[in-house]
Design a binder for this molecule. Structure first.
Ligand code: DMJ
Length: 456
């Protein structure tokens, strides 16, 4: 089914928005998000590896031809360093490793070079936004005290290590290793990492801590950096397990109805809210179980299972059986959105992602059942004539569509569904780690002397 879903999403993108970043499936035209400046073709680059894995050969070929002829980084554009890295660099790297086609390697390295001026700050903590023509960077105007964002500068590591590996140029890996160093020098409140860090002073901004938006994939990349290094990156490993310890002590709570959740922390006070984005953590805890001290392995799997259950409840307690953007555990509710502006679902992958990890790591059939429920809900409420659309209120009887087919629906949501219903030997975890946009990157095995050997 996910293959047919991919075909519907892709065909409509192709028909109505070819070469543009995303599709508006209701108005049947292109959608441009300022996250990518005027770099074009986000959906194409994000979808390449999914097309490849699903063996949609014709579609992969036309996508590759578009990349060859049209993907152009010589544009005057202010882009989000994080978004361009996870979707474009990540998408190109995976396409290269899966297909071996040189064009993807070349474009990935070319784009990586364009991102380097973002690191020209006093500390080397990169800017959030960068003009890739002028090389001038800045931060989001809304970020506390001119800070860079943890989940943004902390989600470059995997891609940049691969850029050095594939280009022979150590500069990419040096930049992300320096981020680690800066973080390790800083005092952390209660062992937690605030979401805001000022790239000039090297000091934390507001003490907000989140495993959802603004924090999330920083933690994911610590664990995956260690896994991708064939378990040699001891620093990444230590930072990950120390962080999980602090998260358990200070953020993880159980509701009176028995649901485990991960709260947000604001200067020592808890906000009993969990984002859809936070639901990825179930999969992360389970993936990290193996590397935890042996008496804790079962415990980390259990954390993953509990978070998966809570996130499933957040879906099950809506009318449409699709989860809201954020749900709360206060004011007498559990796993339910209470504010109107938190009731939307924009085709996000995190819950299905966690089902996929839990399925692979436990083979408990309930994860496939829950995945199937999500498929049915997507088909019923999000599928429209012109593709797939997000929903404004998942508690309503009638769909109000937001008219955006997010590129991560093709790169992540549909890929994770496909993997959930595939055998474990498709992209096995011993050999691949998924970047935060679900782009698979190979584990760099200790005996990989050079890139030729790695390919073979
Ligand atoms: C994606 O771009 C990535 O999964 C990112 O880590 C978080 N946001 C979206 C999906 O929700």
């Amino acid at each position: 089914i996910s293959l047919q879903m991919m075909k519907h999403a892709w065909d409509n993108y192709k028909r109505y928005a070819w070469g543009l970043n995303e599709l508006k499936p209701i108005s049947k035209q292109g959608h441009s998000s300022n996250l990518f400046g005027n770099i074009q073709g986000a959906t194409i680059v994000d979808a390449l590896d999914t097309l490849y894995i699903m063996e949609m050969k014709e579609e992969f070929k036309e996508a590759k031809e578009w990349v060859e002829k049209n993907l152009d980084f010589n544009v005057n554009a202010e882009i989000s360093v994080f978004e361009v890295n996870i979707r474009f660099v990540g998408g190109l790297l995976s396409a290269y490793y899966l297909s071996g086609e040189e064009v993807f390697r070349k474009k990935a390295v070319e784009l990586g070079e364009k991102l380097l001026p973002a690191f020209n700050t006093p500390t080397g903590i990169p800017w959030a936004l960068l003009n890739i023509k002028s090389g001038i960077g800045r931060n989001w105007p809304w970020a506390s005290g001119g800070s860079s964002i943890l989940a943004e500068f902390g989600t470059l590591h995997l891609e940049f290590v691969h850029l050095s590996h594939l280009s022979g140029n150590p500069v990419f890996a040096e930049k992300v290793m320096n981020i680690r160093k800066v973080l390790n020098r800083l005092d952390k409140p209660e062992g937690l990492y605030p979401n805001y860090l000022n790239p000039s002073s090297g000091q934390w901004g507001q003490h907000h801590v989140s495993i959802g938006g603004l924090g999330d994939s920083f933690y994911e990349y610590l664990l995956k950096a260690w896994l991708m290094s064939d378990k040699t990156d001891e620093d990444g490993k230590k930072m990950y397990y120390d962080a999980v310890q602090a998260i358990e002590t200070h953020l993880i709570r159980k509701s009176s109805g028995g649901l485990m959740y991960i709260a947000e922390w604001k200067g020592g006070l808890l906000e009993h809210k969990m984002g859809h984005l936070t639901c990825f953590a179930g999969g992360m805890f389970a993936l990290g179980a193996d590397g935890a001290p042996s008496d804790k392995t079962g415990h980390h799997i259990e954390l993953g299972a509990e978070i998966a259950r809570t996130c499933h409840e957040s879906y099950d307690r809506t009318r449409m059986k699709l989860g809201p953007e954020a749900f709360r555990f206060d004011g007498g509710v559990e796993a339910i959105a209470t504010r109107q502006n938190e009731k939307y679902y924009i085709l996000r992958p995190e819950v299905i992602e966690t089902y996929m990890y839990m399925w692979r790591l436990t083979h408990d059939p309930k994860y496939r059942e829950w995945g199937w429920e999500a498929v049915e809900a997507l088909e019923k409420h999000c599928r429209v004539d012109g593709g797939y659309s997000g929903i404004r209120d998942v508690y309503n009887n009638r769909e109000s569509h937001d008219d955006v087919q997010q590129s991560f629906f093709l790169s992540e949501t549909l890929k994770y569904l496909y993997l959930l219903f595939s055998e474990d030997d498709l992209l096995p975890f011993e050999h691949w780690v998924f970047n935060t946009e679900a782009h698979p990157l190979p584990v760099l095995h200790k005996d990989d002397g050079n890139k030729e050997e790695n390919q073979s």
